[in-house]
Design a protein around this ligand. Structure first.
Ligand code: PLP
Length: 414
């Protein structure tokens, strides 16, 4: 058994073992187009780049590596705002009874709209990026927002939220405790929870958030098509509560139901709640307890989002949990690329898909894993750099100071 990572081959790629119904219902192209239509109206909106790393791909003997760089999303350094802003939009539509028509961005920011929304206060827990996105969206729309962070959230992450005018509560516990506290306070005060994770009886807003993320994938598909690539053969996606992973897996399942890419879901080993749930294998999501200690702050979640879990359970192929240094190596590869490949600033949670792809291609020796991965010179691998240096101090510690170094036995051999 490897020490770099552990894996579960959940599906061998056969369609008979998959259940695509929920993926198709939640992640149809129409939902993605609706989200994109909204996002395009946001001042400053532009497509984030899709970077190609041809030299790394050829070194690893695969056809291509394509990274959607969400570090460049608006001014927010992460993909998260795409979910929060779209959910707020859908919420307002429903609140105003305007479900049957589009609301323009200029209407949303008008005095008339503000007056109609004067009693609306949003709140959410966050490990940093979602809170920042929600605080930003609330500020742009002129609404109040309360954000709950856990006690280990770093200063730079908290300040990044505060600058958008949200009030912040620090909860003594982990991310999952912050989620519970935000829900309790919302109930008491009549606020509206805009959470990226779902729970029993609370799925509508988390679904809108996931649908908001698919706008990123519509952009990616346009960009891939521009390069002559119709369909990625492999998708590597990182998971915290699993909302992003479900939207990526769901979107590509709905788009290519007959021939979906191989889906690889990766988590930090101490916060691998999706992996753990798949391992238990009773069909239900299970929690991981404790401090969830990892440098991948965005993925430090112990409770899977049940609705996201269903999509992943029914459609994803390989589940992996890995050590922190896998993400740190991914960050270094991206910030010091092979000659001719682009330079990408990628934070801990953003870089883990590339880190694990590198581990798999340079170290995986298990024949059953190799067979399940089906990675070869025709493979076109897609992934999302979900964040830039959202914690600039930790970023420098890893890149400049060599924190979280790769243990000797896993260092580059050739
Ligand atoms: C940078 C980053 N990447 C990935 C994720 C994972 O998203 P999810 O919690 O939906 O699985 C997060 C979540 O906060 C994040 O901040």
């Amino acid at each position: 058994m490897h020490h770099d990572y552990e894996y579960i081959i959940h599906n061998d790629g056969s369609l008979e073992k998959k259940d695509q119904r929920l993926a198709k219902e939640l992640f149809s192209i129409e939902h993605a187009r609706d989200a994109r239509k909204f996002h395009r109206q946001i001042p400053g909106y532009r497509m984030t780049p899709l970077e190609s790393l041809p030299n790394l791909a050829s070194m690893l003997k695969i056809g291509g590596i394509y990274i959607k760089d969400e570090a460049q999303r608006l001014t927010l350094n992460s993909f998260k705002v795409m979910g929060g802003s779209y959910a707020v939009y859908r919420f307002i539509k429903k609140y105003l009874g305007a479900e049957d028509r589009d609301l323009s961005f200029s209407y949303l920011t008008s005095d008339e709209c503000h007056e109609r929304l004067k009693d609306v206060v949003f709140c959410s827990a966050t490990d940093g990026n979602h809170g920042r996105g929600l605080a930003w969206a609330s500020m742009v729309l002129g609404l109040k927002c309360h954000i709950y962070v856990h006690k280990d959230t770093s200063r730079p992450r908290i300040e990044a939220i505060r600058q958008y005018g949200a009030s912040i509560t620090i909860v003594d516990g982990n991310y999952d405790d912050a989620v519970r506290r935000a829900a309790e306070d919302a109930e008491r005060n009549g606020w509206y929870v805009v959470s990226d994770t779902s729970w029993d009886g609370y799925t509508e807003i988390p679904t809108w958030i996931m649908q908001g993320y698919t706008s990123i994938l519509l952009e990616s598909q346009e960009q891939l098509a521009g390069l002559g690539i119709i369909r990625p053969t492999h998708v590597v996606v990182q998971a915290g509560v699993g909302a992003l992973a479900a939207s990526v897996v769901g979107f590509y399942t709905a788009l290519f139901p007959e021939n979906p890419p191989v889906f690889i879901v990766v988590e930090p080993d101490r916060a691998a709640c999706i992996y753990e749930s798949i391992m238990i294998g009773d069909g239900r999501p299970h929690s991981v307890k404790g401090d969830l200690e990892t440098i991948m702050a965005g993925l430090a979640c112990g409770d899977p989002s049940p609705i996201a879990y269903e999509v992943l359970r029914d459609n994803a192929d390989i589940f992996i949990r890995c050590r922190d240094y896998v993400a740190a190596r991914g960050m270094r590869i991206l910030s010091c690329p092979l000659k001719g490949d682009p330079f990408v600033i990628s934070g801990e949670s953003g870089a883990v898909p590339l880190g694990i792809l590198y581990s798999l291609l340079s170290e995986a020796e298990e024949p059953e894993l190799k067979k399940a991965l089906r990675l070869d010179s025709d493979s076109m691998v897609f992934m999302i750099n979900t964040e830039g240096n959202t914690d600039p101090i930790d970023f420098r510690r890893i890149i400049w100071d060599g924190q979280d170094q790769v243990p000797k036995e896993y260092r580059t051999k050739v």
